[in-house]
Design a protein around this ligand. Structure first.
Ligand SMILES: [Zn+2]
Length: 297
């Protein structure tokens, strides 16, 4: 009886006193306590905790206000932890602002190394200046790290030489949510940053790590594109592997990059796809050409 009265009292009075926080229009609840901001530059995962908020990726410096507004619609607390899925500035560009506001930045060791020195992105012919020391990741790991936030275990797994040499997959074990960073572009031909140590071989292996730890209820979050399911990730894996097989055969047959791109090995996957198909094929060519050179040595 007590319980019934208590529940009735809660049901009647709580909504009047504490209105349910309204999520920002670009924020979606995923599972458990995990939400995602579909941001201007990249998707940002948000996990509110008792003492502060954990986010995965903090977009560009110019998106900090948007990221903060998304976080504020989930929790009134400040961001305490930022996980960078990799060093690219559409994912780690907010680090300086969040670190200055008291957050610790967590990343795979290679992210800190790359952000500590000037980077040259061959694909965009652009020089990216280093971050000041106070904005660099203050907690780095090599292969695997587990953070705890209340009942949630947040597992960080390094996916070597995938999109870059410092990619982190973030697994929210209790919520059954996986953040893939740029190892998964949903409905977009992926960018593989060869200049930062990325490779098609590592991309496929990275996707396999996520497939092995997911089931049909897992919410899989790409850094760009809509939230996906395990079935969507499997479709993406098939696309990667099919295009890779065609390119590898052509590399072994001695074809040039130009010839391989002109053969359009990804043409069958164009429907509903964005991104740069030729650049994607070139990066695969480059990955296998290196492998071929290695084999001959
Ligand atoms: Zn990237």
């Amino acid at each position: 009886m007590m319980r019934f009265v208590w529940r009735l009292a809660l049901g009647l009075s709580l909504p009047a006193i504490i209105p349910a926080p309204a999520l920002a229009a670009d924020v979606q609840r995923l599972a458990g306590n995990v939400s995602v901001l579909i941001g201007t530059s990249s998707n940002v995962l948000i996990l509110p905790g008792k003492a502060g908020v954990l986010i995965v990726d903090d977009q560009r410096r110019s998106d900090v206000a948007e990221t903060l507004a998304g976080v504020a619609s989930v929790s009134p607390l400040p961001v305490r932890t930022v996980i960078d899925t990799h060093w690219h500035l559409d994912h780690s560009g907010g680090n300086a602002a969040f670190a200055a506001a008291g957050a610790r930045i967590v990343a795979q060791r290679n992210v800190r190394l790359r952000r500590a020195s000037e980077q040259y992105m061959v694909a965009y012919n652009s020089h990216i200046p280093p971050d000041p020391p106070e904005a660099l990741p203050s907690l780095v790991y090599d292969d695997r790290l587990v953070l705890r936030e209340g009942a949630e275990a947040i597992e960080l797994i390094h996916l070597p030489n995938a999109h870059t040499d410092g990619d982190t997959l973030v697994h929210f074990r209790k919520a059954n949510v996986i953040a893939m960073g740029d190892v998964f572009f949903n409905h977009i031909f992926p960018f593989i940053d060869r200049g930062s140590g990325g490779s098609i071989q590592g991309m496929i292996k990275g996707v396999d790590v996520a497939l092995a730890m997911s089931d049909k209820r897992t919410r899989i979050v790409p850094a760009h594109g809509p939230v996906a399911s395990r079935a969507d990730l499997l479709t993406y894996r098939t696309m990667l592997a099919t295009v890779a097989r065609s390119v590898r055969q052509q590399v072994r047959a001695g074809r040039t990059a130009k010839e391989v791109v002109a053969s359009h090995p990804a043409a069958a996957y164009r429907a509903g796809m964005e991104g740069e198909e030729d650049r994607f094929v070139e990066a695969i060519y480059d990955s296998y050409r290196d492998e071929n050179i290695h084999h001959r040595l």
